[in-house]
Design a protein. Structure first.
Ligand code: HEM
Ligand code: SF4
Lengths: 204, 290
């Protein structure tokens, strides 16, 4: 929290977010290396393919537990309301940075809320499809093949959404990353990106 | 044994984006032919396998069967399985030489995600290279014959390699060499198929009308084949009737992965282009209001 800034995420929220984010990155990079032999060097950096094969499922457990915490700490604020639907309808204006046409967002805009639900859903199914892959000898080859498809497609989806999430949270909107690092944002940032939340927070 | 030494040109490599370099040397496919009707159950082949491959001895115990070990293991690559069964009031012994069949279409290799952890040679041998193995055990599920075994100690998977080091030197596998009744024959696949036909005729003449050759199509044929006296009782030998290698599903997964890679690249490219088009979005002034 910086002086003169508005608090956006408290310490606990930031820790949960980064546990989820870092375990996800570990999962993504080891998973990419499992999928593409040309990326095997990533796993070599982590101690070799066999070590990565041990790390990946356990990172998945950390990620899943983190996701449970994330769910309960944010679910109350993530239900879509009428304003969010208007925001989503105007998503093109948002992409074009057309300030006049973007409906005012609350603490989270419609896109962030959708991202939250998608990651929760993908996380659940990644876990469910990952368990048979952890113990292939227990599950038959038929199920294993299906789960390999499913796990791959889900991971691809989560990875694609993450690209957008990281882009928006860093270079696209300067000042945003601070919300997740030291927990606060400038007033100008709040008024521009989350005007309804700004009003509530600044007491206007 | 008129087989060339140094006969190990590579045919397939697991998870490799590129196919193996095509060779120009003409090298015959080899095969073992196991004639179950000639097996006397002495298990000398099990010992020869352990000795040649320097595999640890595992303590065994009597579990009510003539069989030495309960199951294959990382240290036991060959197990003579004994199944007792009554047919028409007569006790029959169903013996199987349980070890890798060295499939022409190896389910293990297709399932393997680690490049070069499983290779198939032109001569038909399917070999695991533990240095590339990541211990995922997909091959265990991918093998229709339940052959590969995972070692918790080394976190790698092991199985019969057809004594590749002997075959490379022009010798027969250790189990073949040691069998006192010649129940295990070894040679080119063509010769072994011809021999199998002869053995089949002999068995038929001896009254085994249902005798059969086991060289299943679903895995493209195998490089260890069986002649079984009771061809109508395959499951009693522990031999699946229609094993499949799932190469189709694995090829489809490879296509998915290609597409996935392009989508991932396209995602990063799209964000970069978006940034170049509209740039960052910041408040006009950061200290106003309040
Ligand atoms: C290196 C990776 C990541 C970075 C740099 C990052 C950055 C951020 C930032 C700056 C915020 C605050 C947004 C705001 O104040 O409005 C945020 C929020 C959030 N993050 Fe991340 N994050 C990362 C990975 C992840 C992952 C892997 C997940 C879940 C699987 C995730 C889930 C969320 C959620 C649900 C929110 C709240 C809603 C939203 O802002 O979309 N993040 N992240
Ligand atoms: S029997 Fe199993 S381990 Fe041997 S080649 Fe066939 S699929 Fe692979």
């Amino acid at each position: 929290m910086r002086k003169n800034e508005l608090e956006r995420f408290n310490y606990g929220q930031r820790v949960v977010h980064w546990v989820v984010a870092l375990s996800f990155l570990l999962l993504m990079f080891t998973g990419l290396a499992f999928s593409y032999p040309s990326l095997t060097w990533i796993n070599t950096l982590l101690g070799g393919g066999a070590a990565a094969r041990v790390i990946h499922p356990w990172a998945g457990i950390v990620f899943s537990v983190g996701l449970v915490f994330m769910f309960f700490m944010w679910v109350k604020s993530m239900f879509l309301n009428k304003g969010d639907r208007e925001w989503l309808a105007a998503i093109k204006a948002y992409a074009r940075h057309d300030r006049e046409r973007i409906p005012p967002a609350g603490k989270y805009n419609g896109g962030q809320k959708i991202f939250f639900w998608l990651q929760i859903l993908l996380g659940i199914f990644l876990l469910l499809s990952g368990i048979p892959l952890w113990f292939p000898e227990v599950y038959g080859s038929g199920l294993l093949v299906t789960m390999r498809f499913l796990h791959f497609v889900l991971a691809l989806g989560a990875g694609l959404f993450l690209i957008i999430h990281v882009y928006l949270g860093t270079i696209a909107y300067p000042g945003t990353l601070g919300a997740m690092l030291w927990g606060s944002v400038t007033r100008g940032w709040a008024r521009l990106h989350h005007p309804l939340w700004y009003k509530e927070k600044a007491g206007h | 044994m008129n087989l060339p030494a140094n006969n190990l040109a590579i045919k397939r490599i697991s998870a490799s984006a590129e196919p193996a370099t095509p060779g120009i040397r003409e090298m015959p496919e080899i095969a073992k032919l196991v004639d179950i009707s000639r097996c006397i159950g002495c298990k000398a082949c099990e010992i020869a396998c352990k000795e040649w491959n320097d595999l640890k001895v595992e303590p065994t115990y009597n579990f009510g069967s003539y069989q030495s070990h309960v199951d294959l293991s990382p240290d036991t690559w060959l197990l003579m399985r004994f199944n007792e069964l009554e047919i028409d009031g007569n006790l029959n012994w169903f013996i199987t030489k349980d070890a890798c069949l060295h499939c022409e279409e190896p389910g293990c290799l297709y399932a393997c995600p680690a490049e070069g952890a499983i290779v198939q040679y032109e001569n038909g041998i399917v070999d695991f290279n533990q240095e590339n193995c990541i211990g995922c055990q997909y091959c265990v599920a991918g093998c229709p014959f339940d052959i590969p075994r995972f070692s918790k100690e080394t976190r790698r998977v092991y199985k019969c390699n057809m004594c590749i080091d002997r075959v490379e030197a022009g010798l027969e596998p250790a189990c073949v060499k040691t069998c006192p009744t010649n129940a295990i024959a070894y040679g080119t696949k063509d010769d072994m198929l011809a021999l199998a036909d002869q053995k089949l005729t002999i068995l038929n003449n001896r009254g085994f009308a249902k005798a059969a050759i086991y060289d299943p199509e679903g895995v493209g044929g195998t490089h260890m084949m069986y002649v079984v006296p009771h061809g109508d009782h395959l499951p009693d030998y522990g031999l699946p009737e229609k094993p499949v290698a799932q190469q189709g599903a694995m090829a489809a997964l490879a296509v998915f992965k290609r597409i996935g890679a392009y989508m991932f690249g396209a995602g990063i490219l799209a964000t970069a282009l978006h940034y170049l088009a509209v740039g960052p979005e910041s408040p006009d002034s950061d200290n106003g209001g309040g």
